[in-house]
Design a protein around this ligand. Sequence first.
Ligand code: MG
Length: 385
Amino acid sequence: MIESKRKITILGSTGSVGTQALDIIKESQRYEVYALTCNSSINKIVEQARCHLPKYVVIYDDKYYIELLKALDGLPIHVLVGMEGLIRVVTDEEVDIVLTSVVGNIGLKPTVEAIKAGKIIALANKETLVTAGEIIMPLAKAYGSKVLPVDSEHSAIFQCLNGESSSTVDKILLTASGGAFRNFSKDEIRHLKATEALKHPNWSMGRKITIDSATLMNKGLEFIEAKWLFGVSSEQIEVVVHPQSIIHSMVQFKDHSVIAQLGVPDMRVPIIYALDYPERHYNSVKSLDFTQLSALTFEKPDLDRFPCLGIAVEALKLGGTMPTIMNAANEILVDAYLKDKIGFYDISDTILKVMNQFSNIKKPTLEDIFETDIETREYVKKLLG
Ligand code: MG
């Protein structure tokens, strides 16, 4: 008997993770693509749809609906639109796994609905846990939905914890590449433009996350995610800069034994690990050649040159809607930095200002989080003029 393929919906299929996911899915032949979704990248999603022939394609921005309908005319593919469309393709009974690789807060609502439908969530959308970790994790437990990390660091930690009880964990060592500006002084960084940061050394990532990597905000967001995913305290997470990106994170146990997960920096590995979990299969990713590694080095993160990491940890400690405020402000400011409208340190300076300006809702509902997100964005946009 041939085992039937598992059906997957990819939220945000045209982004960096979505694209790499489709590569490895095609190679594995263990999955049937049920639905592909994007915000507005119509050409790319049409190309993906022709290649993978999903049952559904969803476009979030309704401006492109007619154009998409025409482009897919004659193919056995249904076209849906907007949030309603997204929710439909993550909750449909046929769907086994939802990969949430959409960037931004827009991923939160469909992720919540997929959890309520009991789906396996391969989580690549950072905002879900950053803004609503305190609500999401208990919700997943209540609905019997598994949340499996896709981010390389959290996948590494998840793998290190395989078969271990969480009570045996002493601390999580979250590794960071250090970003594109790691070797520059504060005065140099002050004048560096986004185009410099986009020449990121190790990982193939989207533009927003590459800037987040240069500011270390990416590590701050991952710090918050790690807290919720693995149920540890902030004091149990330590960020270690490891520029080679060969160790993808580590766990130190109470007996002071440390387990690390290593590999070439290639997102396809953590993506397919989350999808195949708990199985492992051969793939075409390069294997690590230890004889070619000159050194693995480690250093402390510099919170003076890269204040965003400290700000994120502070936002987590303040809790409530503070991580949402920080995240929303960061998204708008990174966009402005990418457009060369502000300088590098305007990102951290303005986030701090906004966090001081907004009052914190201590026990927020999902609605509070959505509203705070929108309010913060509007406020920061006004600040920027
Ligand atoms: Mg990462």
